[in-house]
Design a protein around this ligand. Structure first.
Ligand code: NDP
Length: 394
């Protein structure tokens, strides 16, 4: 009998369950690279229902309790008196989502004497101190690919919203206005523009594919070049460095992980190399950008707009300048937690737990840390940083 501690975001303000806008979600067969969707033996939830909040419980309660384990679900994750901190010392498994990350710092990991498995319900385990997990023999796993296309769609939405000045135009409608000139004084078509993607992995490549029909010029930079065939199909121009690429771009979208090489990559220096009036979209991680440099670039007009889905820390404090800076199109961290994505990552978490309880191997593509080393996808994508410590300290 073990204890599973699951940190999820709060329920909707109007209560749970919400009234659903649609009755079903499409069934997908597999991901483009052939990887299968999550394959649990069974699920106890309805795909398309709200699973990522506290009452949704990722659809896990019945299964976990039938196995004889205890499930604690909470949104209370900050500070020494939080439910998370109090329940952690004898938890066997922690489940958390990047949208509402339970920062597993080295200090917290040291207190979690029984912790053996940390599952990310989503993609991106930078809220876990991976070095500490390696040292303590904790397995870290995430549900690779579960929401990559959700984020790619968000990228396209944000690019169009910025360039077409959608959000200010919507605000004029809400204010009962018909101020067409005010709406269009900053509105452009993206057709013919040059779009640059930083990191053409699962999200970046899916974003490139989705942008192709807009007749934009597609550029990218990555540590590894895509195949000549993919470059040809999509008409891609490769740049060996981000500094090489950004001066050419009208729009740049960040799709790379946060690690020492990419932290604060978009600082005053790099932003100054961009075209005046470029748009920057960041759905990857808040710390890829220097927070105040972005604000300055918007104020000076160097950037015409910034839209992002990711902040540091999360949740962002009420006075975070990205809430109020000019020409922004920020969302709280939601891109990868649509109802569609939730069904996939809830099933993925269930699959990981089934494997764990039955002592079957977790799929390589889900592993970040295993047997005291970076493993699976983690060995390819991750390096160890101090971000988790800093986030916890605020
Ligand atoms: P992948 O690992 O599939 O792709 C990341 C790509 O970035 C890889 O091709 C990698 O190169 C490349 N890369 C790494 N470092 C650099 C660098 N210094 N310069 C250029 N490219 C680099 O990850 P995903 O596409 O699945 O996810 C990307 C990011 O999106 C992650 O950080 C994740 O945390 C975030 N994310 C955000 C979500 C949201 O809801 N907003 C949801 C899901 C993920 P290579 O592998 O070739 O070395």
């Amino acid at each position: 009998m073990g204890k599973i501690l699951c940190v999820l975001y709060d329920d909707p303000m109007d209560g749970y369950p919400p009234a659903y806008a649609r009755d079903t979600i499409p069934t997908l067969e597999h991901y483009p690279d052939g990887q299968s969707l999550p394959t649990p033996q069974h699920i106890d939830f309805t795909p398309g229902h709200l699973l990522g909040c506290v009452s949704g419980e990722l659809g896990l309660r019945q299964f976990v309790e039938e196995q004889g384990h205890t499930l604690i679900v909470t949104a209370d994750k900050e500070g020494p008196d939080s439910v998370f901190e109090k329940e952690l010392p004898d938890a066997d498994i922690v489940i958390s989502q990047p949208f509402w990350p339970a920062y597993l710092t080295a200090e917290r990991i040291a207190k979690a004497k029984k912790l053996k498995l940390a599952i990310t319900a989503g993609i991106g385990s930078d809220h876990v101190d991976l070095q500490a997990a390696i040292e303590k023999g904790i397995t870290v796993a995430e549900v690779t690919y579960c929401n990559s296309h959700s984020v790619a769609e968000h990228n396209v939405m944000m690019i169009l919203a910025l360039a077409r000045n959608y959000l200010p135009s919507y605000q004029w409608v809400m204010q009962k206005g018909w101020n067409i000139a005010d709406c269009v004084a900053r509105a452009y078509d993206i057709e013919g523009m040059t779009v640059g993607i930083v990191g053409a992995g699962r999200i970046g490549l899916a974003t490139l594919k989705r942008l192709k029909p807009f007749d934009v010029k597609l550029h990218y930079t990555d540590r590894h070049r895509l195949s000549a065939q993919v470059e040809k199909e999509l008409g891609l121009t490769f740049h060996p460095t981000v500094a090489d690429m950004v001066p050419r771009c009208d729009i740049v979208a960040l799709c790379c992980p946060l690690h020492p090489e990419t932290e604060h990559l978009f600082n005053d220096k790099l932003l100054s190399k961009m075209k005046r009036g470029a748009y920057l979209v960041n759905t990857a991680r808040g710390k890829l950008c220097d927070r105040d440099a972005v604000v300055r670039a918007l104020e000076s007009g160097q950037l015409a707009g910034y839209a992002g889905d990711v902040w540091f820390p999360q949740p962002a404090p009420q006075d975070h300048p990205w809430r109020t800076m000019s020409h922004h199109g920020m969302t709280p961290h939601v891109a990868g937690t649509t109802l569609s994505a939730q069904a996939r990552y809830a099933a993925g978490v269930r699959e990981i737990l089934e494997c764990w309880f039955e002592e079957r191997p977790i799929r390589e593509e889900y592993l970040i840390v295993d047997k005291s080393k970076l493993a699976g996808v983690g060995a390819h994508s991750y390096t160890v940083t101090k971000d988790v410590e800093e986030a916890y300290q605020g």
